[in-house]
Ligand binder design. Structure first.
Ligand code: NDP
Ligand code: 2IT
Length: 445
């Protein structure tokens, strides 16, 4: 840890992600002397390659804008680099490195042949015209294309990168390479995308939560759920909770959150999807349409998020990193929450996680619970290679099977080290062991 911090002192999120893995895999290193001799921790925390580049583009007023582009190719022991692209003004190298690091273990857990990577830019798609987003994506790809490929590195979406952005990125890649290949996932269904990919992260999250509940002879039926975010993962987490008979009472965006005590039903969810995906509006508009719901805007003077103070059975954070701090964790536990399943990457701070584990809340880390998205990306790659596409039920069944298998893999790894029903340690140990063994098999490269 001291080496990691000394090398990149300002990369706080990366330190946090590494610390959590290092702490939980200590018993693995104690059991396997070779891992220490081969300096696996030093190797696994240093990216194989980091690419940073200038992204110049012209806005609608003719002004030249310059953003910064990133791709971190973290680890290729198990397959080509795989992971999303994030477009958000907060993006910096530390955030992309934490996401790439998490991705390595997540992809390992899916059982599919994928290494880990992540990329993005500090570009803010919010408030930009389609033309501006297209010109930005084209400029971004004008550099990225030389580093990626269907057998090298396969990006996808993340925050701020959805079907529209993937389309523009793919178009530019195809033009530059004169090649129509599955170099990106999350493509539109009409030109190589997979059924269920848009739904996969959210559905997978709820499949994982259901597996956890089943260990206590319980189900989603009748559960009151707090969901944060209002983007891709939050929308399909909500949809699957409704499918399984649960009730979702909150959604949020960076401006604030809505609380709808009556529950967000299918019709209201359809309104949110239209609002967010087509009109690109704010979640505050929900209460203009559904007047019994309450909107609370973000109060920067508070050191907790009031969303997490509502009484509920389950919490599924689906917005961004560190959105649940210690105080939020306390509020969740005292509000009766018995299950926390991370749709987002690293949404809970370490002290919040400690609280959940102490209180025996069923807690699933993102690298297990949100792996359904990248898993179906892996299935999209398989379909692209075969040049055919599977029906909806087939992809959904495979997704369910993969989430089930990740759940049992976490429990088995935890049992192997006698640490009880600890999904955090289980996911880290299982993901880590597979990647490290792959690295050792392939020699010092
Ligand atoms: P979207 O861009 O579709 O939605 C993101 C949502 O989170 C929006 O409601 C956004 O609000 C909110 N949000 C983002 N950043 C912040 C912030 N700094 N503060 C407050 N709210 C914020 O992204 P996704 O749904 O795809 O991603 C959500 C999370 O899930 C991320 O952590 C991502 O890494 C993770 N994830 C995504 C996968 C996927 O397949 N898409 C797979 C696995 C994990 P606003 O619009 O106001 O910015
Ligand atoms: O964090 C993630 O797993 C994603 N954003 C999805 C990555 C992918 O390649 O589908």
């Amino acid at each position: 840890m001291s080496l990691v911090k000394q090398r990149d002192p300002e990369q706080r999120e990366f330190h946090q992600a590494v610390q959590e893995v290092v702490e939980t895999v200590k018993p693995v290193l104690d059991r396997n002397m070779e891992y220490r001799q081969q300096a696996v921790l030093k190797r696994i925390t240093e990216p194989e390659r980091v690419i940073m580049f200038r992204v110049p583009w012209q806005d609608d007023d003719g002004q030249v804008q310059v953003n910064r582009g990133f791709r971190v190719e973290m680890n290729s022991a198990l397959g080509p680099y795989k992971g999303g692209l994030r477009f958000h003004p907060s993006v910096n190298l530390g955030i992309i490195k934490f996401l790439a690091f998490e991705q390595v273990f997540k992809n390992s857990l899916t059982t599919l042949a994928m290494g880990g990577g992540k990329g993005g830019s500090d570009f803010d798609p919010k408030g930009k015209s389609d033309g501006e987003v297209m010109r930005f994506c084209q400029s971004f790809m004008a550099e990225l294309y030389r580093h990626i490929g269907p057998n090298t590195d396969i990006p996808a979406g993340d925050i701020g990168v959805g079907a529209r952005e993937i389309g523009y990125l793919f178009g530019m890649y195809k033009k530059l390479k004169n090649e129509f290949t599955g170099v990106l996932t999350g493509k539109s269904l009409n030109w190589g995308g997979s059924l269920i990919r848009p739904e996969a992260t959210g559905y997978g999250n709820v499949y994982f939560a259901s597996e956890m509940l089943a260990t206590r002879q319980d189900t989603m039926e009748g559960k009151i759920c707090l969901v944060s975010g209002a983007g891709n993962v939050a929308q399909f987490t909500t949809e699957k909770i409704l499918d399984l008979g649960g009730k979702v009472v909150t959604l949020s965006d960076s401006g604030g959150y809505i609380y709808d005590e009556a529950g967000i039903d299918q019709e209201k969810l359809a309104f949110v999807m239209q609002l967010k995906n087509i009109r690109r509006g704010r979640i505050s508009e929900y209460v203009e349409k559904y007047r019994s719901a309450v909107y609370t805007s973000v109060d920067p003077t508070l050191d907790y998020n009031p969303l997490w103070t509502h009484k509920a059975d389950c919490a599924l954070p689906c917005a961004t990193q560190n959105e649940i701090n210690q105080k939020d964790g306390e509020n969740l536990v005292s509000g009766g929450v018995r299950l926390v399943s991370e749709g987002a990457n690293m949404p809970c701070t370490p002290d919040a996680i400690d609280l959940f584990l102490e209180a025996e809340v069923l807690y699933a880390p993102g690298k297990a619970a949100n792996a359904g998205g990248v898993a179906v990306s892996g299935l999209e790659m398989a379909q692209n290679s075969m040049r055919l596409s599977w029906p909806r039920e087939e992809v959904d069944n495979r997704l369910k099977q993969i989430m089930k298998s990740i759940h049992s893999t976490c429990l088995d790894a935890a049992a192997d080290y006698s640490i009880g029903q600890n999904y955090l340690a289980g996911a880290n140990i299982a993901g880590f062991t597979k990647v490290v063994n792959g690295m050792l098999d392939q020699g010092l490269v």
